[in-house]
Design a protein around this ligand. Structure first.
Ligand code: ARG
Length: 488
């Protein structure tokens, strides 16, 4: 009985439904949805941001329906104009939610019905929210992937610009956070450029994975209506059509991959951020943040803190959590669509937003941080950092490396005990340890020479770094061209 009472006027009689149904599925259920259920199941609060993609998808779908004769030209005109009007309302923040709007898809359809009447009900022909939301999400990811790739290129360019001035700035390279060997500041900065290059590759690969159109898969089993999936594909500029309707509505691999790309990108950014935290300590003193990019203390007047870097470091943890959340949502889901899939959005959105914001702020920090190259040179001037070079000096004179290592280790131990350093030893002292030493050993402790001995490809030698810089700049430019060609 209540079921009958809730039927919209005309339903079941063949007459058109004159008002928008409160729920798209209200024909089936006899009672109004409980308030708590509405609150618990809604996704409009977080999927509203898909509106532009939702409407783009609907416009393409409607055009295909017209071209296949499932809509008349007049119906199509009304629907397309209505969709554009809804889009304008959403863009201007003038869109009024209705209490029963479940998600962005039903909200747009409800509003379309209010604007153009019953013809709105024809838009969902041969479509389910299941293939609709999968399409929206792919469009959204495809766009954001390109923004992220551009963000990576921007940070690369900032690192490259700083590195250009520092091919000859010696810096201690570290292992185990202990000074290890001499590198240059340029070489150190270029290490992050390489990480970011792999991030770019991963993002562009993700773009390819997003570039598949699920629309036409219906709820799970396609449709009996004579649609043309390829028309929609071309309108939305997807590279391919999904090959299996069950997979198409339940596949979120592209979202996982994008979230993973963001998580690893954030891990890279957290390492850069951590180094900036370390370098700006009094203990290191290698860098100083511009005041506009530092923060103070509410209590200690003297403090200048690197909160931006600390937050980037922490947010790598949050995005890692997003990835685990998403994988956990998908794990064990039976085919095809399950409502669990609605939970893909918050972790995905958070991962992408966080990565993009972190890239943007760290790009500015890198561009503006000041380096204390004298402090770096001082730290790199410890002759112990060249102990390996001494061992290699012996190797070139015929000693097996293991023996050279032991021998130089003993020299280092003696120096430490007598509070001297390797550069203090005379040739006679060196030759007491091995007759293989010649006067060249005395010249090993000059820093510029130490860098120039390292000109192998991929090494910190100034000429090798020049080549690396040129290549890195070309790759960043290529990323920008590539993204432009993908239609960002
Ligand atoms: N809000 C839903 C989601 O994000 C849309 C699809 C709903 N489909 C359904 N059969 N209830 O996944």
């Amino acid at each position: 009985m209540p079921r009958r009472a809730r039927r919209p006027s005309g339903a079941g009689t063949g007459d058109p439904i004159r008002r928008a149904p409160t729920k798209v599925w209200e024909g089936r259920l006899g009672a109004a949805t409980a308030r708590r259920v509405e609150e618990y199941t809604e996704s409009l609060s977080f999927d509203r941001r898909l509106f532009a993609d939702d409407i783009e998808g609907s416009l393409a779908h409607a055009r295909m329906l017209r071209e296949t004769g499932l809509l008349t030209a007049g119906q199509h005109r009304a629907i397309a104009a209505g969709l554009r009007a809804v889009r304008r309302e959403l863009e201007l923040g003038e869109f009024a939610d209705a209490p029963a709007d479940e998600d962005i898809h039903t909200a747009v359809e409800r509003r379309l019905h209010e604007l153009i009447g019953p013809d709105a009900g024809r838009l969902h022909t041969a479509r389910s929210r299941n293939d609709q939301v999968a399409t929206d999400l792919r469009l959204w990811c495809r766009r954001r992937v390109m923004d992220l790739a551009l963000g990576c290129a921007g940070l690369q360019e900032a690192l490259i610009a700083r590195a250009r001035d520092h091919r000859l700035t010696p810096l201690p390279g570290y292992t185990h956070t202990q000074r290890a060997q001499v590198v240059s500041l340029a070489h150190h900065l270029l290490a992050y450029v390489e990480m970011l290059e792999r991030d770019v590759e991963r993002l562009l690969e993700t773009h390819r994975r997003c570039d598949v159109l699920p629309l036409g898969s219906g709820a799970l089993a396609g449709t009996t209506l004579p649609i043309d999936r390829d028309l929609t594909r071309r309108a939305l500029r997807f590279a391919a059509l999904s090959a299996n309707s069950l997979d198409a509505v339940s596949d979120r691999d592209f979202a996982v991959e994008l979230t993973f790309a963001c998580a690893l990108l954030m891990v890279h950014l957290s390492r850069l951020a951590e180094e900036l935290v370390l370098w700006t300590t009094a203990e290191f003193g290698f860098a100083e943040l511009p005041d506009a990019y530092a923060t103070g203390s509410s209590l200690m007047p003297q403090k200048k803190n690197a909160d931006v870097c600390e937050l980037a470091r922490a947010r790598a943890g949050r995005v890692t959590g997003d990835l685990v959340t998403l994988l956990s949502v998908l794990k064990g889901l039976p085919l095809a669509y399950d409502r669990d899939l609605q939970e893909d959005k918050q972790p995905l959105f958070d991962a992408v937003d966080t990565a993009e914001a972190s890239l943007a702020v760290l790009t500015e920090v890198v561009a503006q941080v000041s380096f204390d190259t004298r402090a770096m040179r001082r730290a790199a001037s410890d002759p112990m950092l060249l102990a390996t070079d001494v061992a290699e000096h012996l190797v070139t004179r015929g000693l097996p490396f293991r023996e050279a290592h032991l021998l130089v280790g003993r020299v280092v131990r003696e120096c430490v005990a007598s509070r001297r350093t390797l550069a203090d030893l005379s040739l006679a002292e060196w030759r007491r340890h091995s007759r293989l030493f010649d006067e060249e050993v005395l010249g090993l402790f000059e820093l510029d020479g130490a860098l120039r001995r390292r000109e192998l490809p991929g090494g910190p030698g100034p000429r090798a770094v020049s080549r690396a810089l040129a290549r890195a700049a070309r790759r960043a430019a290529r990323t920008r061209e590539h993204v432009a060609s993908l239609g960002a």
